[in-house]
Write a protein that binds this ligand. Structure first.
Ligand code: NAD
Length: 344
């Protein structure tokens, strides 16, 4: 079987993680990555042996001045790949779309782009098969990926009637020095509902879901409080636990057993056991799982920097139809070291 040639445009928080993940797949070849400035991120790409491409002449000159070798331009890269994964800042990907189209490459965009940028919005557990044959796919945002992981896992086992969620969003990624707030809790937005429900509906249009969100001064993870109403009674806490224990890409963390009751402790634990302290799984706080009548409530945490990485890898296989959902997710999870238990 020939390998799928993949390029990545944008080598920041998401791009570098997706590049590392693609380089681990035996059915894909990472042809190169596009980097705009010759900074520490470029030096990481060099260290990893990734071929560096630049978006324009200005960047080329800056790389030359810094003495970092460049393999060519974005257009050179587009001539040598089957799929381009766009991980540029939100809104920039849409500007590149005509160029991608011109070169006849399939495109994977990120959640910062508007849904219309691609043929479909994508979540491996929810609509993998819909991506087959598509020219372009948008992997939904980190918050939406987290919500969809939980919702699609529950929907496969129980009649989900509605979802209500409050999102407590991190203000910035750890490396970002110009974003805030640094001393406030900001309504995001003040008028309800928040747009996150609409984003979930790009994948599950028939779902009754309403969301609200605030932004808080932290960089580590998002936390959601989710309430799910079921269309039948009699579903117990134990039923939920046994489904989530077996669920793919979801980890249950017991505060009682581990002492972890915060994102700070979760990330500290990840520093010990995970490369880059990434947690691509959705983390559900086991002790928060509470069933009251037909309603389930729980807290979950989303590591925004890494949760969408497995979905980007799956999206390549899904579009090209080279593996079933289960085959792709098995391979992605194995190569990225995802597990059903944080400490194993
Ligand atoms: P980032 O700012 O960390 O990285 C973007 C990279 O693209 C940077 O290296 C930047 O130099 C480069 N870039 C900027 N303009 C470019 C251009 N014209 N051509 C080529 N490269 C250019 O951003 P990010 O956080 O990785 O986000 C990328 C996408 O992923 C966005 O759509 C974002 O919404 C989405 N996303 C981000 C997160 C997160 O928490 N960081 C989570 C999920 C999805």
């Amino acid at each position: 079987m020939s390998t799928v040639r993949v390029g990545i445009n944008g080598f920041g928080t998401i791009g570098k993680r997706v590049a590392d993940a693609i380089s681990l797949q035996d059915d894909m070849e990472l042809v190169g990555v596009v980097k705009k400035s010759p900074d520490y991120g470029a030096l990481y790409a060099v260290r990893r042996g990734y071929k560096l491409f630049v978006p324009d002449e200005e960047s080329h000159k800056a790389f030359e001045k810094a003495g970092i070798e460049v393999a060519g331009t974005l257009e050179d890269l587009l001539r040598s790949v089957d799929v381009i994964i766009d991980a540029t800042p939100g809104g920039v990907g849409a500007k590149y779309k005509p160029l991608y189209e011109e070169h006849g490459v399939r495109q994977i965009f990120q959640g910062g782009e508007k849904p219309g940028v691609a043929d479909i919005s994508f979540s491996s557990l929810c609509n993998y098969d819909e991506a087959k044959g598509k020219r372009s796919v948008r992997v939904v945002s980190c918050n939406t990926t987290g919500l969809l992981r939980l919702i699609c896992t529950l929907r496969a086992n129980f009649p989900v009637e509605s979802v209500r969620a409050v999102l407590v969003r991190r203000a910035a990624d750890p490396r970002e020095i110009k974003r805030g707030p640094i001393n406030s809790i900001v309504l995001n937005p003040p008028k309800l509902p928040s747009h996150h429900a609409l984003d979930v509906k790009t994948v599950l249009p028939d779902l009754d879901i309403v969301t609200a969100a605030v932004v808080v001064p932290t960089t580590l993870m998002h936390v959601h409080h989710v309430t799910v109403r079921f269309g039948k009674s009699g579903i117990t806490r134990e039923d939920i636990l046994s489904v989530l224990e077996q669920a793919r890409r979801i980890i249950l963390v017991s505060s009682e057993a581990t002492g972890i009751k915060s994102t700070a402790q979760l990330i500290e634990a990840a520093r010990d056991v995970r490369p880059r302290n990434d947690v691509p799984e959705l983390v559900v706080f086991e002790d928060s799982i509470h069933v009251e009548g037909n309603e389930l409530m729980l807290f979950q945490a989303v590591h925004q920097e890494s949760i969408v990485v497995p979905e980007n890898v799956d999206a390549v296989r899904a579009m090209l139809g080279i593996a079933s959902a289960e085959e792709s997710m098995d391979k992605t999870d194995r190569t990225l070291g995802l597990s059903r238990s944080f400490f194993l």
